[in-house]
Design a protein around this ligand. Sequence first.
Ligand SMILES: C[S@@+](CC[C@H](N)C(=O)[O-])C[C@H]1O[C@@H](n2cnc3c(N)ncnc32)[C@H](O)[C@@H]1O
Ligand SMILES: O=S(=O)(c1ccc2c(c1)CN[C@@H](CF)C2)N1CCSCC1
Length: 286
Amino acid sequence: MDREVKKLKEEIEREREKGVAAMVACYQGFDPAAYLQYNYMPPRADFDRQDSIVPWKLGCLHRAFTEGDVGGEVLVDVGSGPTLYQVLSACEVFDTVFLTDFLEVNRQELRRWLQGEGKGYSSLDWTPYLQHVCKLEGRSPSAWTEKAARLRSVVSDILPIDVHLPRPLPLDSQLPTAGADCLVSCFCLESVSPDLASFTRALGHIRGLLRPGGHLLLIGALGESYYMGGPGVRIPVVPLDEAQVCASVRASGYTLVRLEVYTLPQGMKVGVDDVTGVFFVKARKP
Ligand SMILES: C[S@@+](CC[C@H](N)C(=O)[O-])C[C@H]1O[C@@H](n2cnc3c(N)ncnc32)[C@H](O)[C@@H]1O
Ligand SMILES: O=S(=O)(c1ccc2c(c1)CN[C@@H](CF)C2)N1CCSCC1
C-alpha cells in the first residue's frame, strides 16, 4: 500500500510540475505596455465614476494601511508586474519596500519608472493614481510629486520571485530573518497557478516571507478564467469564488481579518478578460 501511495504522490507532483511549466510558457509572451493599456488606462481605468473599480481598489488599500494595525519596517509586493498603484498607500507607512516579479520585462518597467523623472520613462502615466491616493490621504492632489518622491525613496530593490517555490525569493534578497512585516499581492496568485491547489500552495509559500503577526493584503479576480497578457497572449486564470478565496487563505495558515468584494458593472467587460468581480482580503499570519 505504501508503495502505491508513494507512486500516486509522485504522479500528482509530476502533473503539478507540468501545470506550473505550462504557466511559465504562457508568460513568455507577456507584454507590460499592452497589459497596462488593457487594465490601467481609460476607459477601463476610470476615476470619475464613484462606482469604478480603481477608486474601490485604492480605497481598500488606503483603509488597510491607515486603520492602525498594519505597520512595521518592511513590505514586499508579490508579483508587482509593471504596476505601482498597489504600493501608493503603503509607501507612506513602510520605509523599506521590495517590488518583485517573475519576468525581467516587468522588473525593467518598474526600474524605468523608479529611475526616471520627468522623462518619457514609463509606459503608463501614474499621476492620476498618485493624485487619487493623495486625495484619500486628505492631501492636495498636487502633492503627487512628493508621493512619487517618497515611493522612489522607499523602494529598496526589485527582485525576481516565483511563488511556486517554497522559498519564493532569492536567498540574498536582504529580507529580515524574521520576515517582512506586510505582504501585498494583486492579481498574481490566481493568474500564475494552474489550479486551485496550486493557488493555495502559493499562498503558503509567500506566508513564509511574513513574520508572525504580519499582514497579507490580497487583491484578486473573481470568476476569471483567462486574461490577455498582450496581443494574442491568452493566459489561463484559476476561476475563484468568494468561498474558495476564504477557504484557501485559511487553509494556507492565515487568519482571515476581512473580505471585501466588488462586482464589475457590465460596461467594464471589454474582452481582455472575463473577470466578474474583484476581492480584497486582509489577513494575518498568527
Ligand atoms: C496579472 S499580473 C498582476 C500584475 C500586478 N500585480 C497588477 O496588480 O496588475 C500577474 C503577474 O504575475 C507575474 N508572475 C508570473 N509567474 C509568476 C510566478 N511564478 N511567481 C510570481 N509572479 C509571477 C507575472 O509576470 C505578472 O507580472
Ligand atoms: O482593476 S481591475 O479590476 C483589474 C486589474 C488587473 C487585472 C484584472 C482586473 C483582471 N485580470 C487580471 C489578470 F490577472 C488583471 N480593472 C478591471 C476593470 S477596469 C480597470 C481594471
